[in-house]
Design a protein around this ligand. Sequence first.
Ligand SMILES: [Zn+2]
Length: 138
Amino acid sequence: MEFLPVKSFDSYIIAHIWMGKLEDYDIECYLKDEYTVTIDPLLSNAIGGIKLCVNSEKLEIAQKLVIQFEDERRKNAKCPKCQSNNVEYITVSKPKNWLAAILSFSFANYTLSVDQAYHCFNCGYEFKEIEDIPVDIN
Ligand SMILES: [Zn+2]
């Protein structure tokens, strides 16, 4: 049986939520590179993140569901500050303080802290929240 990727993630938490959603539709899935990205988040960009792979026989339906879930998520994700829907889940990487900044400069960014957050493209506010994905999309 062949497995093909339908979506990639920076966070294993979000990846697992999506995997669970597809499994609800009887689609066999697994997460590729989950442990690599979880152990070293800085590798995420290099290897394309955690890939949610599905049984190739169900690829088409999985892709349709992913698009549907993304639409729902966009409709439901709201900036707590300005209520805009122009919100995306992004990876924020920044040194925690001046010492980390110097160390990351000296040691090729190994001490950078990598965080995931929602970013509002309307007002610029960033917030952490992972429960924006509706469990039931009916
Ligand atoms: Zn906002």
